[in-house]
Design a binder for this molecule. Structure first.
Ligand SMILES: [Zn+2]
Length: 115
């Protein structure tokens, strides 16, 4: 059975998910850079709004990319354990967000952890 090291199997599973998502984001970012905004010299509010929306999308991608890279690094070095208390991260929590590196009890601290 997996009782010897239940974490090992989880780690590989979540690393797969994380690496897949990272690849998707990198592709999305590349595609995004290829979209040329038509330079019509139009500084209308509408145009500005579209640019703001695009910037927001890219910002979100980059933020998520950082989270994923952090989770990959953490998981490779430590397995699927909480970065605060070092107990196994609940499966339901990681299923909901594979980039989580804290258990449910420490979810509020997840954003602030630097590794
Ligand atoms: Zn914890």
């Amino acid at each position: 059975m997996l009782e010897n090291n239940p974490n090992q199997k989880d780690s590989a599973h979540y690393l797969n998910l994380l690496e897949q998502e990272l690849k998707n984001i990198e592709e999305a970012l590349i595609n995004d850079q290829q979209i040329e905004m038509p330079d019509t010299g139009d500084d209308s509010a509408e145009n500005q709004e579209t640019r703001d929306q695009q910037e927001e999308i890219v910002k979100n991608y980059l933020e998520r990319k950082r989270e994923i890279e952090r989770a990959i690094k953490w998981t490779k070095e430590n397995g699927s354990i909480c970065a605060v208390c070092r107990q196994p991260i609940e499966e339901s929590r990681r299923d909901a967000d594979p980039a989580s590196i804290t258990c449910k009890a420490h979810r509020d601290e997840d954003d602030t952890i630097e590794i």
